[in-house]
Design a protein around this ligand. Structure first.
Ligand SMILES: *Cc1c(COP(=O)(O)O)cnc(C)c1O
Length: 463
C-alpha cells in the first residue's frame, strides 16, 4: 500500500496533479484576456476557503480548486491590458515559460561553483542591460529581487566606499540627497542603512542648479556627511528623468557617489525615441533597473549595475571557507552573492535571458516603444476631449490628466467601480506643484497588448 504521507513520492496521484497544474499554467500563460480580479476581505476569504492546513492534508485537487475558484480571482492580474495602475507588468510568454524551468531546476544562484551555467546565461542578459547604459568597460551588475533591494545594495556600496576613503566617516551618519520624485524605497533603504536623507522639494525634473544650490546650503557638518546623490531615471509617478548629465557634473566635482534609480524607466533606455533623455547615465556609479517592470520579466526580477563592481564586492562579499574546495579554475567565477545583499538567490535573470535569446533585442525595443506610443495616443485623446485635460505632457509612458470638475472622492469612486466590474484598474494619484497636491488620474503603459480601444473605453467611463 502506498504511503501518502511521503512528501517526495512519485506516483499516479502526483502525475495527475502535475498534468492538472501544467494545464492550468498553460491556460493562464496563453490567456490574452485574463480575468482582472480584485481583492476580498480576509473574513470573506476565510468563509469561502475554510481551513486548508490540516494534519492529513486536504489533497491537491481540492487545494487547486480553491486556488482557481476563490484565491486567484482575489488577486489583480497585473498583465490585464486595462491594468494601467501603479507600474503594471506584462511578462513575455517565453519568459514565464522559462520561469517554470527555473522553478523545476533547484539552482542555487549565489555561487559560480553551483550555478555556473545559469549564471553564465544571466550574465549574457546582463551584458545587454549594461550595453544600454553606455557605462565604461568593466561596468557590470547582478539581478536582485527588485528595485528596492537594488537600491539598498547600491546605497550600502556607496556608503562603504565613502567610509573607506576616510575612516573617520565610520563615526558619521551618512547623508543622501535626492528629489521629491524619488521612489519611496530610496527613503526606506536610507533608513535601513541609518543614513539621513535630504529631499529637494520638487516633483519636477531635478536640475543641476537645484542640486548645486542644495549642496551650497548644507552646513559644513552636513557636507562632510554627504556621500551620495540619488537621481531618478523615470519617476514612478510621472515618468520624469532628472538632469543626469548635470547631476553627474556635480557629483564628480564634489566627489560623491552618483546613483540613478531607473527601476521603472530604465527599460526605455532600449527605445531610440527617448534614449537621449538619459544622457549622463553612462557616468553613474550605480544604476537600478527592474526587468519585472518594463523588460517583460515575471516577478521578481530587479537588477543593479555598478560602474566599478569591485567596490560592490568589497561591500557585499560573504566569505565562506567551504567554497574554496577545488583547484579547478572552472569552479571559480562570478559569484552573484558578492554584489548585492542576499546570499541564496533564485536565478531570476534566466527568464529574461531565455526570452531575449529567443526573440532578440529588436522585439524588446519595439514593445517598449509601443508603451511610449500608447502614452502619446492617450494624451492626444485627452487633449481632444472636452471633459478632460492633460496635467503635463506624458513622461515616458506615464500620463497624468484631469477629469474637469471632479473632486478626489469622484476619482476614487470611478477607480473602485471599474475594478469591481472587472473592467479596468486605473488609479488616481497626486501631482504636487508649489506645495499643492492635486488628485489627478494616471495611466502607466507597459503592456504592448493594450489597445486604442481599451484607452477609449476607459476615457468614456469618465464621462
Ligand atoms: C518600482 C520602483 C522601485 C521599487 O522597486 P521594487 O521592484 O518594487 O522593489 C524603486 N524605484 C523606482 C523608481 C520604482 O519605480
Amino acid at each position: 500500500m502506498k504511503d501518502k504521507h511521503k512528501l517526495h513520492n512519485i506516483d499516479i496521484d502526483l502525475i495527475e496533479m502535475t498534468l492538472d497544474i501544467m494545464k492550468y499554467a498553460i491556460g493562464r500563460i496563453t490567456d490574452t484576456n485574463p480575468t482582472l480580479g480584485h481583492f476580498q476581505s480576509e473574513e470573506k476569504l476565510r468563509e469561502l476557503v475554510g481551513e486548508t492546513i490540516t494534519e492529513d492534508g486536504i489533497g491537491g485537487e481540492v487545494a487547486l480548486d480553491k486556488w482557481k475558484k476563490i484565491l486567484a480571482p482575489a488577486c489583480a492580474s497585473i498583465d490585464h491590458p486595462r491594468h494601467l495602475a501603479f507600474v503594471s507588468a506584462a511578462p513575455s510568454r517565453a519568459a514565464i515559460m522559462f520561469d517554470l524551468i527555473v522553478s523545476a531546476s533547484s539552482i542555487h544562484g549565489a555561487y559560480w561553483l553551483e550555478g555556473a551555467g545559469a549564471i553564465f546565461a544571466e550574465n549574457q542578459a546582463m551584458e545587454w542591460l549594461v550595453s544600454l547604459t553606455g557605462m565604461p568597460k568593466g561596468a557590470f551588475g547582478v539581478f536582485t529581487s527588485g528595485g528596492t533591494s537594488a537600491n539598498l545594495s547600491a546605497i550600502v556600496t556607496a556608503r562603504e566606499n565613502w567610509r573607506k576613503k576616510d575612516p573617520s566617516n565610520i563615526n558619521r551618519k551618512g547623508l543622501i540627497l535626492t528629489s521629491a520624485g524619488a521612489h519611496s524605497s530610496v527613503k526606506a533603504m536610507a533608513k535601513v542603512t541609518d543614513a539621513e536623507i535630504l529631499i529637494i522639494e520638487s516633483e519636477d525634473r531635478m536640475e543641476k542648479d537645484a542640486l548645486e544650490k542644495a549642496i551650497q546650503n548644507l552646513s559644513k557638518e552636513q557636507k562632510d556627511r554627504l556621500f551620495a546623490v540619488v537621481a531618478t531615471g523615470g519617476t514612478t509617478n510621472a515618468g520624469i528623468i532628472d538632469d543626469l548629465a548635470g547631476i553627474a557634473d556635480i557629483c564628480e566635482k564634489e566627489n560623491i557617489w552618483f546613483h540613478v534609480d531607473g527601476a521603472y524607466g530604465g527599460g526605455a533606455l532600449a527605445a531610440d525615441s527617448v534614449r537621449h533623455l538619459f544622457n549622463g547615465i553612462e557616468r553613474a556609479d550605480s544604476f537600478t533597473i527592474d526587468p519585472h517592470k518594463w523588460l517583460f520579466s515575471p516577478y521578481d526580477c530587479g537588477a543593479i549595475i555598478y560602474k566599478n563592481p569591485e567596490l560592490a564586492k568589497e561591500a557585499h562579499s560573504q566569505h565562506g571557507s567551504y567554497l574554496e574546495i577545488f583547484d579547478d579554475p572552472g569552479a571559480r567565477g562570478f559569484n552573484p552573492s558578492d554584489y548585492q545583499t542576499s546570499l541564496t538567490r533564485r536565478v531570476r535573470g534566466l527568464p529574461l535571458w531565455f526570452s531575449l535569446a529567443m526573440h532578440g533585442t529588436k522585439v524588446y525595443k519595439k514593445s517598449i516603444e509601443r508603451g511610449l506610443e500608447l502614452a502619446q495616443i492617450a494624451a492626444k485623446k485627452i487633449t481632444d476631449s472636452e471633459h478632460l485635460e492633460l496635467v503635463r505632457e506624458p513622461g515616458l509612458s506615464c500620463v497624468l490628466f484631469r477629469r474637469k470638475g471632479w473632486d478626489p472622492q469622484e476619482y476614487r469612486n470611478w477607480t473602485y467601480e471599474n475594478l469591481k466590474k472587472g473592467f479596468a484598474f486605473v488609479t488616481p494619484t497626486k501631482w504636487t506643484q508649489n506645495g499643492n497636491a492635486e488628485t489627478v488620474a494616471r495611466f502607466c503603459f507597459i503592456n504592448p497588448d493594450t489597445t486604442e480601444k481599451d484607452i477609449d473605453l476607459i476615457l468614456e467611463s469618465m464621462i
